[in-house]
Each structure stands twice: as structure tokens, then as C-alpha cells.
Design a protein. Sequence first.
Length: 127
Amino acid sequence: MTTNLYEHIGKRIRELRTAYGGEGGISQNALAKALNVSGNTVSRWENSFYHPTVEDLQELAGFFGATILDFVPHEAAPKERNENIASLLRAAKLLDDNELEELRHYAEWRRSRRVYRRVPPGRKATG
């Protein structure tokens, strides 16, 4: 994993915020208002003083048109899991678009919960 999960998340929030809509992005205060959080919260997320919850990340992902996985470091899947992944992909081909979207959101949510559980004790995710 990267140096620190929350530093990585903060960096991604900052990158998405400053690239949002071009022309320097959206301000921390404007983003906070759009997400209905206090003015300093976005700054504290970006600087790893506050830890966004999975729900906060879902709101951020929705705002930026991203996925929740855009906020967590990417890891390569172990080779022994390739057969299970291929099986899941075959099953997913049978789903309609709405079911596939629901499955994708569920998988992203499950992945983000697992990443958050890896955070060392005493580093609780807070909003």
C-alpha cells in the first residue's frame, strides 16, 4: 500500500478538486458546501487531519463523477484469483445494465470497506 492510506485519499481529493471543471477547479469551500460539510472539512481531508468515511468518499465520487475506488491505491490481484474473477465476469455478462451497475457499486463499496479495515488501530476514519 502507499505511504499512508489517508495521505493518498487526501491527495486524490485535492487532484480531483483542482481539476474539476478546468480553470483551477473548485474551491475547498465550494466543495464543502456542495457536500453539505463544514468549510474546513475538505481542507482537513486533503491534509489527512480528518479521515473521510466510506460514505464521504461515495459522496465525493458522485460529485466528481468518479468511483469510490478512485480514492484508494490500486493493487494487483493475486494470480490464483484470476479464475474466480473470470467466473464472475462470465456471470456478469448475463446481467442487464441496471443489475450490472448495482453489482459494480456493490463491489466498489466492498473493496473500500476492506481497505479501510487495514488502517492501523487508533487511526479511525472520521468525518
